[in-house]
Design a protein around this ligand. Structure first.
Ligand code: NAG
Ligand code: NAG
Ligand code: NAG
Ligand code: NAG
Ligand code: NAG
Ligand code: NAG
Ligand code: NAG
Length: 563
């Protein structure tokens, strides 16, 4: 064989190798996305010493590609909106507004939500012939006639909960509210006497009414106040709170208020049923499973509670069981080689209460508690850098670790490229991950990644190993502006304890501000947040007006899930 022939052969082989790689990666795989929250890499056995027992997620990690710098957004719903649309949250308005401090859509009666102009992953996939299902916690609004719920965003079926506000329906909440009948609440109840008494006495004296008449007026005023104002207001508030626990199956409310305890079991049962029915059909499917049990306050069903040192660990155990249960169906139906599985967290783990004291002091040092998680609303690496795993047996290399910074917005463009869809025509903030998935050392760069705390402007920007922080959080309520900004090398200092001296990095900082200015030009509506949309009482979802009560007709026997 001559050198020329050899060269031709090698070129031929290489061409076909590349081609077959390209060919084989394109297609219409089934897609399962597991989304949770309040989970950091630390909580998963793989990344550090095994502190929690998560065998199923660990094996997913073993068999898949792991991202060590995967950036989510600053809140759960912001991350969910980015995951579904491939856009930065301020473009969809699913992020804290400038003035109000809400991190979730504040009421079920809010007129805000994920707008229809936004094209979701489910809509893209449905157009390609997929069957799509959303199970679990939503949170992107309800709106008029349930216009913002999953069924109107490209999902064929949905089973789950519209908003994260479940506290009033939890056992623990009920016991704390009982204990509120303490001397404080008794004082609060009688407090109006403090102003009714002097006022009526004054009027009585001025008008020359007798003492008895005055006392009667005081009593009547108090009764009117306490029954109408105090009780009615409190009753209404309690009623709204408890009735906010709404469980949907497609367009029906099937339980109001729901019982929190077994929700993860019920979500899992529903997801398993969806997988079993989809595996019979020849259509590819998308299953989006959004876990709710790590949403604070965490909860676990009786089968998992008290099995470890905290409710958090119990909930994580149940989550892991659920992931394993669903992957088992995949294996049984022989769908593993044909299914792309993603496991992601929408937010990092946050330390209970400790976040109150989380602030950067003058020299940039932070208290130890912050290093493990920081504030709920922070933009620290530990809160936005989340665990992310992608598994596609036979297609993606196992045990691969990708160190390039990527974002939660990259999922949509990645899937679009898998489907041979061009992403050039649509505007997206994300970029396809295929180049790095196929070659972990490939050039793939988000030159700059913008991180938002609220709708106005980026609070931080990441580029390569550097991160510049313009806005931090002082405590759980207040932001802290850094002028000049703090600069970190998050590759060597992921805990962000030692800011780099600005004087030595003038050019880098100048590049960051240029990038910020360029980025702001792409922002059209700089103020609009869906979280401060009007609240319209008649939008409140109600199973049957005016009781707004619906008992569940589902069975409580979950034994088939454990077979
Ligand atoms: C593989 O796909 C990429 C992007 O989709 C494309 O740029 C490249 O040319 C393809 N390679 C071959 C050999 O077809
Ligand atoms: C995607 O493109 C490749 C190469 O052009 C082709 O072989 C494959 O069938 C396409 N896949 C889909 C799902 O259209
Ligand atoms: C879990 O433990 C707590 C406190 O020890 C106890 O009150 C509760 O009943 C236990 N729950 C279950 C389901 O065993
Ligand atoms: C899945 O892919 C692996 C590796 O490519 C192969 O060994 C296995 O037989 C495949 N399984 C099925 C059910 O096709
Ligand atoms: C992977 O990417 C690196 C960096 O761009 C490149 O040098 C290398 O040749 C690529 N490997 C393959 C198999 O394409
Ligand atoms: C700043 O940007 C310029 C132009 O893009 C580039 O040449 C330079 O290397 C950048 N400086 C740093 C420190 O990144
Ligand atoms: C939850 O499931 C368990 C086990 O199947 C059952 O015993 C219990 O009654 C259920 N609880 C609720 C509140 O439905």
């Amino acid at each position: 064989m001559t050198a020329k022939e050899l060269k031709t052969l090698v070129t031929f082989l290489m061409f076909h190798l590349c081609l077959s790689l390209n060919d084989s990666i394109h297609g219409t795989p089934n897609i399962i996305i597991f989304l949770t929250e309040s989970l950091s890499m630390k909580d998963l056995g793989f990344y550090y010493d095994n502190s929690q027992e998560t065998p199923n997620i660990d094996s997913l990690i073993e068999e898949g590609v792991v991202f060590s710098r995967f950036y989510a957004q600053s809140s759960r719903i912001a991350s969910l909106s980015s995951l579904l649309t491939g856009l930065l949250p301020p473009r969809t308005g699913i992020i804290k507004s400038k003035f109000l401090n809400f991190k979730e859509i504040p009421s079920l009666a809010s007129s805000g939500g994920l707008q229809h102009a936004e094209i979701t992953l489910a809509e893209d996939l449905k157009a390609k012939g997929y069957t799509t299902s959303f199970v679990g916690l939503w949170g992107l609004g309800i709106g008029r006639n349930a216009e913002y719920l999953p069924l109107n965003h490209g999902f064929d079926s949905w089973y789950g909960v519209a908003s994260a506000n479940k506290e009033p329906c939890m056992e623990s909440y009920k016991t704390t509210s009982d204990s509120l009948y303490t001397w404080q609440s008794v004082c609060a109840f009688f407090s109006p006497l403090l102003y009714i008494l002097p006022f009526v006495s004054f009027v009585g004296w001025y008008k020359g009414l007798g003492n008895i008449v005055t006392v009667i007026i005081v009593i009547i005023a108090f009764i009117i106040y306490s029954s109408i104002l105090h009780d009615v207001i409190h009753f209404t508030m309690d009623f709204i709170q408890v009735k906010s626990c709404v469980l949907y199956r497609n367009s029906n409310i099937i339980e109001q208020p729901y019982t929190v305890e077994n929700l993860t079991l019920r979500f899992t049962r529903n997801a398993v049923q969806f997988l079993e029915s989809s595996s019979i059909s020849s259509k590819p499917f998308l299953l989006f499973f959004s876990f709710m049990n790590l949403n604070q306050p965490e909860f676990a069903s009786r089968l998992f509670s008290n099995s470890s040192q905290s409710t958090y660990s119990d909930a994580l155990k149940e989550l892991d069981w659920s992931v394993g249960r669903i992957l088992r169906v995949l294996k049984k139906q022989d769908l593993e080689n044909n299914t792309l599985v993603l496991f992601l967290s929408a937010t990092g783990h946050h330390v209970h209460k400790a976040s109150e004291s989380c602030s950067v002091v003058e020299n940039g040092e932070r208290e130890a508690s912050c290093l493990q998680g920081g504030s709920v609303n922070g933009i620290w690496e530990q809160t936005i850098r989340v665990p992310a795993v992608m598994r596609w047996k036979g297609k993606l290399k196992e045990k691969q670790i990708i160190k390039t910074p990527v974002t939660i917005m990259d999922v949509v463009p990645t899937v679009l490229e898998l489907l041979n869809e061009s992403t050039e025509a649509v505007y997206l903030d994300g970029k396809s991950l295929l180049p790095v998935l196929l070659n972990s050392s490939a050039e793939f760069k988000h030159k700059y990644i913008f991180h938002y705390l609220d709708v106005t402007k980026p609070a931080a920007i990441t580029s390569g190993s550097y991160k510049v922080l313009y806005t931090g959080v002082k405590d759980s309520r207040n932001l802290q502006f850094h002028e000049p900004p703090l600069l970190f090398n998050v590759e060597v200092d992921p805990e962000e304890t030692s800011p780099l001296p600005n004087v030595e990095h003038r050019e880098l900082l100048a590049n960051f501000s240029d990038a910020l200015a360029e980025h702001m030009k792409t922002r059209k509506n700089k103020w609009h947040s869906q979280l401060d949309s009007r609240i319209i009482p008649f939008l409140f979802p109600c199973a049957n007006f005016p009781r707004c009560f619906q008992a569940s007709d589902e069975n409580n026997d979950f034994s088939e899930l454990f077979n």
